[in-house]
Design a protein around this ligand. Sequence first.
Ligand SMILES: CC(C)(COP(=O)(O)OP(=O)(O)OC[C@H]1O[C@@H](n2cnc3c(N)ncnc32)[C@H](O)[C@@H]1OP(=O)(O)O)[C@@H](O)C(=O)NCCC(=O)NCCS
Length: 193
Amino acid sequence: MALRPLAAADLDHLVALDADPDVMRFLSGGRSTPPSLLETKILPRFLAVADADHRFGYWAAEQRSTGEFWGWFGLIPEPGRTGEASIGYRLRRATWGRGIATEGVRALLNRAFGRHGLSRISATTYEENRASIRVMEKSGMTLVRRFRMPPEELAAEASFAADPTEQWPGWDVEYAITRAEWQRQPWNTTNNR
Ligand SMILES: CC(C)(COP(=O)(O)OP(=O)(O)OC[C@H]1O[C@@H](n2cnc3c(N)ncnc32)[C@H](O)[C@@H]1OP(=O)(O)O)[C@@H](O)C(=O)NCCC(=O)NCCS
């Protein structure tokens, strides 16, 4: 896998990714994200996260030799909390089960903690999204809290295209890892040097 900054030219990739009901199952109940929403709101918002030295932003994951698009990873600064960020990811169905999400999350954590000195990184998902929770666990993250995302927050989620009033039962979960916890991970790049 290779990671490169996501670009405006990735619009068709995002449209195809979000058109797969399996990919969207825990995000919108399976509904596709409207292409016009991706073009006018979501992708511009993704691209606006990138800062000059690429501490934060969204990256396209692709097959190293062919450049085939596999999905995206995002590292988004937490408003008002210096040194903290949240991480997100979405991959094409054809790539699942090969450790790609874990590889990408670990790579982003290594960059964020090792190169850019961040202090804490969190991730949220729906409690039934076991694959996503497993990725967080394999990346050294632990459960912080169970919560219900308020409708206004759901509506503001850049990647959420469904009607925010249609909440499913059950909990959202937040996982997180601190810099000290990252330092203890066997896969961190400081340990490997
Ligand atoms: C979640 C997602 C990114 C995982 O990608 P992936 O590349 O398959 O993840 P990995 O291969 O690195 O790890 C997946 C882990 O979950 C496990 N897993 C998969 N489905 C599972 C399930 N239904 N129940 C329990 N564990 C499951 C796998 O066995 C693996 O763990 P293991 O290595 O211990 O065996 C991918 O499924 C996806 O893009 N889903 C749609 C979008 C999404 O839900 N994004 C996250 C929103 S927060």
